[in-house]
Design a protein around this ligand. Structure first.
Ligand SMILES: [Zn+2]
Length: 255
């Protein structure tokens, strides 16, 4: 077994590792969006949605059966995202990318598009983005119109065909290109930063291991302990904003 569990970092060492990293790969999950008021899929299933199984709202068969019904679920979630703003965690990650010459890649399981809105450029959305639609025919991705001017279903701006929500549904595989980019980022990273994800579901569970196996540093930010915590060089019990503030704030200088 590896000796990672015993090689623990303190905060200063983790900050230095981040600052001097050639490349940083970041994996984010629901915990990063929570501070922007974005509910998880399950938490969004309130009111009239509560009586449906997730499969009834987010699967290829549900969409084939009743595309407008599935779209109306996503339209509501899109409205919540459109009203929400990126939080300090998103902003600090965008700043990290600006400041790190070697490159920062954010791989996110979130579908709210907030990393991009915060200014991150190198973002891999492995579960898609619910603020966009994808053409059923040609695959073209379009931003959704503003919520108040949004007629269901949307149509492709290139070919005019019906477009579907641009998210990965239950029973679908993750987009291959996005996964390849995600693996490459964690392979090349000297520091992997895992924030607000329980790290038990594929690919979240596998990506940080890739960096560890290549001798990189693993830093975790999560209010709760996760299966990854004991493997991390440093695991901060904190929200995304608190943790990123601790890791990236400028140290006080004299004078
Ligand atoms: Zn099209």
């Amino acid at each position: 077994m590896s000796d990672f569990a015993s090689r623990s970092f303190d905060l200063a060492a983790a900050r230095e590792a981040l600052r001097s990293a050639r490349r940083v790969a970041v994996l984010t999950g629901a915990g990063v969006s929570a501070e922007s008021g974005i509910p998880t899929f399950r938490d969004a299933q309130t009111g009239l949605w509560a009586r449906f199984r997730p499969d009834d709202l987010a699967s290829p068969s549900a969409y084939a059966r009743d595309p407008l019904f599935v779209w109306s679920w996503y339209k509501e979630r899109y409205e919540v995202c459109a009203k929400a703003s990126p939080n300090e965690g998103h902003v600090r990650l965008a700043e990290m990318e600006r400041d790190n010459a070697g490159g920062v890649t954010v791989v996110t399981q979130n579908v709210d598009g907030l990393h991009v809105r915060a200014g991150s450029r190198n973002v891999v959305e492995v579960h898609g983005n619910l603020t966009t639609s994808r053409c059923e025919r040609c695959g073209n991705v379009d931003p959704l119109p503003p919520p108040d001017a949004f007629d269901l279903p949307p149509h492709c701006s290139k070919c005019g065909s019906r477009a579907r929500p641009n998210v990965v549904w239950f029973g679908e595989t993750l987009p291959e290109l996005a996964l390849e980019r995600a693996y490459l980022a964690f392979e090349e990273a000297s520091v992997a930063l895992v924030i607000g994800t329980s790290s038990v579901v594929y690919p979240a569970a596998a990506l940080p291991e890739v960096t560890l196996h290549r001798g990189g540093v693993l830093i975790e930010i999560n209010p709760e302990e996760t299966p990854l915590s004991r493997k991390a060089h440093l695991s901060l019990r904190a929200t995304a904003s608190e943790g990123l503030r601790a890791l990236t704030a400028e140290p006080r200088t004299n004078g």
